[in-house]
Write a protein that binds this ligand. Structure first.
Ligand SMILES: [Zn+2]
Length: 301
C-alpha cells in the first residue's frame, strides 16, 4: 500500500503526538476517500496486542482515538473501525484509487519513487538471501514488487486482500495471487524470504501476524518490512496533522523500539532498520522505516 502525499487525515487541530491530552469533543465522523462517513457506531475499543491492556490517550481523531500502551509503549488506534466496517472499506473501489499507483512505466514522481523503493528493497534482500529461493510477499497490492522479485530470480508467491489489487497483478504481471487473509493462504514449504511492505500497520493483530511469518519462514530465511514510523519527525511534530496517520487504516503505530519488542515476541529479530529518506529502500520517505530481519531459533519457553 502506498503513501498518499496529500494525506487523508482531515484533522481538526494540531496536537502533540508525544504527549498531552486531546480534546474529546471533535466532530464524531470522518470522510474516507469521500466515500464512507464513519461514526462511533462503526468503531470498537481494542487492547495492546502484546500486553492485553488498554492504552493511554495520546490524541483524538474522532470517532477514533490514538493511544499508547502504558507497559510496552506501542501506539495503536482505539477505538478503531470494527472488523465489519474495515471490510467495507477494503471492498470500496475508492480505496485503491487513493494510492499513488498508476502506469508502472510512468514518469510521475510517485512511480519513480515506487521503482526506487523496489530496487532498494530487492537489493537488500538479494544481498542477504540471494536467489534462487522462494519469496512470499504478503499484501502484494498491484504486484509491482513481486514481479520485480520474480525477474530477479526468486520463485514468488503472494497474498492480497483486495480484489482490485490481485486482479491487476494477474492481468498486468501474470502473477497468481492468493486473495484472502494470510492465515488461510496455503503454506507447503517454509519461504526463504518473506516481505510485507506497508502492511503490518493495517492488520488486526500484528503479534499474531508476525507469529505466522515466523512459522512460514525458513530457519535460515530473511524477512523484510516497511511501516510508517511513529518516532519520525513528521509524526512527532505534526500530531493529528501527520499525513500518514490515517486512523481508519493505520491502526498500529510503530517505532523502531516497539517494533523490535514485537518481533522478538514473535520469534524474530530485526538485524537492520533503515529510516533515512536518502537510502533507496526508503527513498523520499521522511516518516517511514524499512527493516530486515531473521528468525530466532525455536526454543522451549
Ligand atoms: Zn503493550
Amino acid at each position: 500500500m502506498a503513501q498518499s502525499p496529500s494525506g487523508a487525515v482531515d484533522a481538526p487541530e494540531p496536537l502533540d503526538a508525544l504527549g498531552g491530552s486531546a480534546p474529546m469533543d471533535a466532530p464524531d465522523s470522518r470522510d474516507f476517500a469521500g466515500a464512507i462517513r464513519w461514526t462511533a457506531a462503526d468503531t470498537e475499543p481494542v487492547l495492546c496486542c502484546l500486553c492485553r491492556v488498554p492504552g493511554d490517550p495520546v490524541m483524538s481523531v474522532a470517532p477514533f482515538g490514538v493511544v499508547r500502551c502504558p507497559i510496552c509503549d506501542l501506539g495503536f488506534v482505539s477505538p478503531r473501525l470494527s472488523a465489519a466496517a474495515l471490510q467495507r472499506m477494503y471492498d470500496n473501489p475508492a480505496y485503491f484509487e487513493d494510492t499513488v499507483y498508476g502506469d508502472p512505466a510512468g514518469r510521475s514522481p510517485a512511480m519513480v519513487l515506487q521503482r526506487t523503493w523496489t530496487a532498494g528493497r530487492l537489493s537488500g534482500l538479494v544481498s542477504r538471501r540471494p536467489p534462487p529461493g522462494t519469496l512470499l510477499e504478503i499484501g502484494t497490492g498491484y504486484g509491482y514488487f513481486l514481479a520485480a522479485a520474480r525477474d530477479a530470480g526468486y520463485q514468488v508467491s503472494g497474498v492480497e486482500l483486495s480484489r482490485t489489487g490481485a486482479a491487476h497483478a494477474r492481468d498486468r504481471h501474470g502473477l497468481e495471487i492468493f486473495r484472502g487473509q494470510l492465515d488461510s493462504a496455503p503454506s507447503d514449504e517454509p519461504a526463504d524470504v518473506i516481505c510485507f511492505w506497508d502492511t503490518l500497520e493495517h492488520v488486526p493483530d500484528p503479534l499474531e501476524f508476525l507469529r505466522q511469518v515466523r512459522v512460514r519462514l525458513a530457519e535460515d530465511g530473511v524477512f523484510a518490512l516497511s511501516v510508517p514510523s511513529f518516532a519520525s519527525p513528521p509524526a512527532r511534530l505534526l500530531g493529528a496533522r501527520w499525513w500518514t496517520l490515517k486512523p481508519e487504516q493505520h491502526i498500529w503505530l510503530f517505532t523502531p523500539t516497539t517494533l523490535r519488542v514485537l518481533a522478538a515476541r514473535a520469534g524474530l529479530v530485526l538485524t537492520s532498520v533503515v529510516t533515512s529518506p536518502l537510502r533507496r529502500a526508503n527513498a523520499g520517505r521522511t516518516d517511514s522505516l524499512v527493516a530486515f530481519g531473521r528468525a530466532l531459533p525455536m526454543v522451549d519457553r
